[in-house]
Design a protein around this ligand. Sequence first.
Ligand SMILES: Cc1ncc(COP(=O)(O)O)c(C=O)c1O
Length: 414
Amino acid sequence: MNLQSRDPEIAKIIATEERRLREEIVLIASENYASRAVLEATGSVLTNKYAEGYPGRRYYAGTENVDAAESLATERAKQLFEGAEHVNVQPHSGSQANMAAYFAALEPGDRVMGMSLDHGGHLTHGSPVNFSGRIYDFVHYQLDEESEVIDYDAVERIAQELRPKIIVSGYSAYSRTIDFERFGKIAENVGAIHLADMAHIAGLVAAGVHPSPVPHAEIVTSTTHKTLRGPRGAMAITTNEWSRKYDSAVFPRMQGGPMGHTIAAKAVAYKEALSDEFKEYARNIVGNASALAEALTAAGMRIVSGGTDNHLMLVDLRDMNVSGAEAEVKMRSVGIVANKNMVPFDPNPPRVTSGVRIGVPSITSRGMNIDDMGTIAELIVESLRVTESSSEQQSLAQRVKDFASSFPVPGVDS
Ligand SMILES: Cc1ncc(COP(=O)(O)O)c(C=O)c1O
């Protein structure tokens, strides 16, 4: 019995979500559209199988097919990220990939250093409301107040003084190229491990449009569903030295059975990412992001650090008399989806914020190009200007819907 007959309520929710994806302009920097092939693998019978352990070393019988899928995923990931000595494709999420890295290298109470959340770090980089900040002694570095980019000398000074066991690089809201080599050297100089969290930029790294952290970090973690455009999930790349410790931190310490269906879908996504088409996609992401940043700047908006080198940008709204939370609502009212975000040294609390984070991976997957970025910028600016519930706002919403609907949604329409 198919879903429509078995459960029309859920079938309707999914159909409504497909319509939303088609009619809205999605600018959430951490989202993307998985291909139909990725969705098919995710929805496959591999979800049924228990396979605790690793290929060839399972605690269940009958695992030959999930073994084959996991081995293929691992092989392809090694091909995709040059220099990868060891890959673990089992972490269920980016947060868990980071948790396993901490479990592999630390004891409770050990010191770790990462970027603070309000400057672009992730919750798992030591936020007090997250397990990381509760279990470990996190110390934080911040962006330089003037340039709004990482001050590597300051990072080094703090590391020398506070001697963390792990230094975390990689962020959720940083628009500039990360000097992973420098982070590797800083970590080495203080006897720390370098954990590079490339969750946001993995697709750009895979395509060679952002320098790879792999040669410069003992452990690299990543989600698979952001710029990498795979299924919701995560992975880690480690040096041979850290492989056993990392693997046993994932299983049995942190997780039980791996998700065979998701792992198969990761394998599909890696295969897609190895193609020339994906490399072009990643180049288009970077081109679109800088074109959009330029168009927004020309329209009078301030982009944190003056622009972007990757797939996202932070817009500082402090001169525009609107908070990040208000801007998020105004944009959504006309079908533009982006999220409020703290800007560096933000005077507003996290639920309010002074900025919005804008990313282009999703709209680039739909085939929008640099010529469309002027239109997107105009729609954003207008969405912030028009009055709530006015006829002007209604016609703007219709314009957004017509514009968005003229582009196919991968996985839904193609
Ligand atoms: C840098 C970074 N690390 C880790 C994660 C966590 O990923 P997940 O939401 O899959 O737990 C995110 C998610 O946004 C992220 O931006």
